[in-house]
Write a new protein. Structure first.
Lengths: 380, 467, 98
């Protein structure tokens, strides 16, 4: 239980949520000399951050996310310098497959649009080049776009690494502690929790699928939708795939780990109860993912699924996150709603938040992620 | 399985004494009842192959086994829809059940589900326990009951618990050779305070007869504190040490190990049923009431899966759970057996369990093995590797998965889970309850991509697709 | 290893084990049939390649994995033998697609 004199709070910044974005915020703030306290209601990495597919990509992103993803990728390729752990990051490329000429045309248009914006990380490849890069892909696939230096990492290990590095720089993590309320207290914000009250001039809302409640407390409700994307993993198979694979029209995230197991994700959703920390798997939905894998990778047809799971994630209606200052609370900043593709952005989002808090601005374009873009939208 | 329905009144999972009793009660009360079981014939493990056993002489397996034949015949004649060879790989809170039979997966639903998946052998991790030729005593018993096979060559049994003595007795009755029994039981003095109820229980006389018959014919080495299976590609010797004694070695062709049975928790845990650590039985037990009802509406657990109590108790608990299902779906139903007699019999049967639990409590070195011993057989993870993750900040088996593949193999922790919980508890200096267990998810047994892809799709699934 | 009790008669049926013709007892599981045929280690461990053999005979240990009629990683202790069955031990990591 913290003790603090009236006028000198023990922390400069309180971070709500110990997922990857909260831990990344803590790390980048600590690097800039800020005293940080992270309050996590379960344990660090318990939810979406710890159980996602681990994809680290620039490929196929919403255009608003591209500059952040490009900046994040530079950090990923030097992640050991940032957190003293390689996080299991491997870079064998990411591929987005087109199953028809119509799909290939949309991919071609996308590459053109990116080029116009000055981005050249996505490359269109034809059927032959696709077969050379992904020999196991089904013959009906006509081409793809690839990012050769994209990859994947271990989500739980990454989140823990950010936490440990932040702690080594003085950040304090308080787990098993839920935030009850948030209110102004003079020049500070007072955060009431199950383990007592904390005060600081700055607060960062990284509360994931529960972040809308913090936003509502601040008088800026958001239409956040808690979702439970499902994943499956197989028994080990001999190596047959290096890059991470996605499809164009159908949802898929497909990768093979070094130990031979294959991870199948793609966004089919289960059910959830976010107050009970509980997710439910929908096997009829998983059957759809299985069907997509069946169509795209015939060699997988005899594979054994050994485990399925779902994480508790937050989705915004436009499928891009909320990042930036609160519109109603001076000193409060938000980073949530990553809509099932926030893992790769974790390292850079923390840096953005640290820049905003310590310097008042950031060089990366975060206007599309404003919290008040949902004017007129009803909260969930 | 073309005649499998999409919904039933009652689904029973497991054809041991609890499951058979529950299903029989339900179908006789007029409920549409299905029973799924993995084996090809009913009986579970305790009555394994009771309707098909090639062991014809009744005295080999003993009267307690053949009693199961009557239960099985009653069940087979009851009219319940019996689906053998079926693996149940999922059970949801909404009572949706995923099964695989004849290579195809099916989803169905029931108003009430009675989980009667019984028990499995407690893990017995010793150096060399993965060598071919090292098996559980239960495995030996299954080969005897279901295939009429007995070990050939030099054979040693090691461990403790009633089943060890039972299989030894059955093997001797069948004319098999047993060279020695290595008894790992320890700290027996504390058990005697539970003795009085045990003296009145049916176990006492049966147990003594069995023990004396075996001891007359097989050398028993007591107070074994150290065990190792040795060999190159298969077990060739068992090395052991008694308390205060020097190391000895016996050449073997077959080594059977056993230190008790524990609830098979995988399906119940994956369904979200709360379990608590039981320090008397050193295992996880579901939170249930006297009729097996869990906190999840419509789902009950009956038999050894709710706590080890033996075949007779399992049958009684199955009947009580069946009655509860009947009362829920057919209030006012008549014709149910009077429960007072069942409960009285159950009470007598349970007398003496506390003594057995204490007397045969598995010794600490065999629950928390030395560093170099494999704890996770599937992924070949040692006890030392598990303990070392605690120093990295892992507080339980789920965080450990970021660093080790322990528990991520096909057995889903059935052979390592208890060891892992106890190792972490000791390393952290906390109770096993605080450490917890693997977060189990379906499928509780692997299913093929082919089966999954062929599952019927519905509207809700098509709507569940994200961008 | 194991021997059959003399009074445990049953019909014998023809199967193949690793391509070789074999006679097994009807009613046995594949795992029991392999043990009865003197085959102990039926697969290799995933990580180390060390030989592994059935441990529990009741479907919980996953050591008895064999390929039956072309489908790999079947628990032999849960599959009853059938006439004409093709049983293959698994002494190497299973090929994707084989």
């Amino acid at each position: 239980m913290p003790t603090f004199p009236e006028n000198a709070p023990a922390a400069d910044v309180i971070v709500i949520g110990g997922g990857l974005h909260g831990c990344s915020a803590a790390l980048h703030l600590a690097r800039r000399g800020a005293r940080v306290t992270v309050i996590e209601k379960d344990h660090v990495g318990r939810h979406a951050s710890g159980v996602n597919a681990g994809g680290v990509r620039r490929l196929g992103r919403h255009l608003a996310e591209v500059p952040l993803a490009v900046a994040a990728m530079e950090l990923w390729h030097r992640i050991g310098d940032l957190v003293d752990d390689d996080c299991g990051f491997e870079s064998h490329g990411q591929v987005k497959v087109a199953e028809s000429e119509a799909e290939l045309a949309t991919l071609r248009d996308r590459v053109a649009a990116l080029t116009r914006l000055g981005f050249t990380h996505e490359e269109l490849i034809d059927r032959r080049a696709l077969k050379a890069m992904v020999p196991a892909i089904a013959d009906h696939c006509v081409g793809a776009i690839v990012c050769r230096h994209d990859g994947a990492a271990n989500p739980y290990r990454t989140t823990l690494a950010f936490k440990r590095k932040a702690e080594s720089l003085g950040a304090r993590f308080i787990e098993g502690t839920a935030v009850r309320s948030l209110a102004r207290a003079g020049a500070n914000w007072r955060v009431d929790t199950s383990a007592g009250a904390f005060e600081a001039p700055y607060v960062v809302n990284c509360a994931g699928a529960w972040a809308d409640r913090i936003a509502a407390t601040l008088g800026e409700p958001v239409p956040l939708e808690p979702i439970a994307p499902m994943l499956m993993i197989t028994a080990p198979l001999p190596p047959f795939l290096e890059p991470v694979i996605g499809a164009t029209r159908r949802p898929l995230s497909f990768k093979q780990f070094g130990n031979g197991t294959v991870l199948i994700g793609g966004g089919h959703r289960g059910s959830l109860d976010r107050d009970a920390n509980r997710t439910g798997l929908d096997f009829a939905g998983l059957a759809l993912s299985a069907r997509i894998v069946w169509d795209l990778f015939p060699a997988m047809r005899g594979a054994h699924i050994v485990r399925c799971w779902a994480g508790i994630e937050a989705r915004m209606p436009d499928d891009i996150p909320v990042i930036g200052p609160s519109a109603t609370g001076d000193g409060v900043f938000h980073a949530f709603g990553f809509s099932a593709h926030g893992f790769a952005l974790g390292p850079i989002v923390g840096a953005i938040l640290a820049e905003l808090i310590t310097g008042g601005k950031t060089n990366l374009p975060i206007a599309p992620f404003r919290i008040d873009r949902f004017a007129g939208a009803k909260p969930n | 399985m073309t005649d499998l329905r999409e919904t039933y009144d009652v689904a029973v999972i497991g054809a041991g004494p609890a499951g058979m009793a529950a299903a029989t009660v339900c179908v006789r009360a007029g409920l549409a009842t299905v029973l799924f079981d993995e084996q090809a014939s009913p009986g579970g493990q305790i009555y394994r192959a009771v309707t098909t056993s090639p062991v014809k002489r009744g005295t080999v397996l003993g009267a307690d086994y053949w009693v199961g034949g009557e239960v099985a015949q009653e069940f087979l004649a009851s009219g319940a829809h019996y689906v053998p060879g079926a693996t149940v790989w999922n059970l949801t809170r909404e009572r949706e059940i995923g099964i695989s039979v004849a290579g195809a997966a099916h989803l169905l639903r029931a108003e009430r589900v009675i989980v009667a998946t019984g028990a499995l052998e407690r893990p017995f991790p010793i150096p060399g326990w993965t060598l071919p030729g090292v098996m559980t005593a239960g495995a030996g018993q299954i080969l005897l009951k279901s295939a009429g096979l007995v070990p050939d060559g030099r054979t040693v049994l090691a461990g403790c618990g009633p089943l060890l003595w039972l299989i030894a007795w059955q093997y001797l009755n069948a004319g098999a050779r047993i060279d020695a029994i290595l008894d790992t039981g320890a700290n027996r003095a504390g058990a005697w305070r539970h003795a009085p109820p045990f003296m009145l229980s049916p176990y006492l006389l049966k147990g003594l007869r069995l023990l004396l018959a075996v001891r007359r014919r097989v050398p028993v080495i007591a107070n074994v504190v150290d065990l190792r299976a040795e060999g190159h590609d298969r077990v060739e010797a068992v090395a052991f040490r008694t308390a205060g004694g020097a190391e000895q070695q016996l050449a073997v062709d077959n080594l059977f190990m056993h230190q008790g049975v524990v609830p098979n928790v995988n399906l119940a845990m994956a369904a979200g049923i709360e379990h608590r650590w039981d320090d008397g039985q050193l295992c996880w037990r579901p939170v249930v009431d006297a009729e097996g009802t869990t906190a999840i509406a419509g789902i009950a657990i009956a038999g050894d899966g709710a706590g080890i109590a033996g075949a007779e108790a399992a049958q009684a608990y199955g009947l009580l759970a069946g009655h509860a299902a009947v009362r829920a779906l057919r209030p006012g139903a008549r014709g149910l057996a009077p429960e007072a007699a069942v409960r009285a019999r159950l009470k007598r049967t349970l007398r003496g369990r506390a003594f057995l639990d204490a007397y045969y409590r598995p010794a600490e070195p065999f629950r928390r093995p030395a560093r170099d011993t494999l704890a996770c057989r599937c992924e070949e993870v040692t006890a030392g590797q598990i303990i070392d993750t605690v120093a990295l900040g892992c507080t339980g088996p789920n965080q450990m998965k970021a660093f080790l593949r322990c528990g991520m193999g096909p057995c889903q922790g059935r052979l390592c889970g208890l060891t892992v919980t106890e190792l972490i508890a000791q390393a952290r200096g906390v109770a096993p309850q605080e450490v917890g267990y693997y977060r189990l998810r379906p499928p509780v047994k692997p299913i093929t991509l082919a089966e999954l892809a062929a599952l019927p799709k519905n509207e809700a699934a098509l709507r569940s697709v994200a961008r | 290893m194991f021997r059959r009790l003399p009074d445990a008669n049953a019909a014998m049926i023809a199967v193949t084990i690793d391509g070789r013709a074999a006679q097994v007892r009807a009613g046995d599981t594949v795992a029991a049939a392999l043990l009865s045929a003197g085959i102990l280690a039926s697969r290799a461990a995933d990580v180390s390649g060390a030989p592994r053999a059935p441990y529990c005979m009741m479907g919980v240990c996953f050591e008895c994995l064999v390929t039956v009629d072309g489908v790999g990683n079947r628990q032999g202790c849960l599959v009853p033998v059938a006439a004409g069955m093709r049983i293959e031990t698994q002494h190497g990591r299973r090929e994707a697609g084989r």
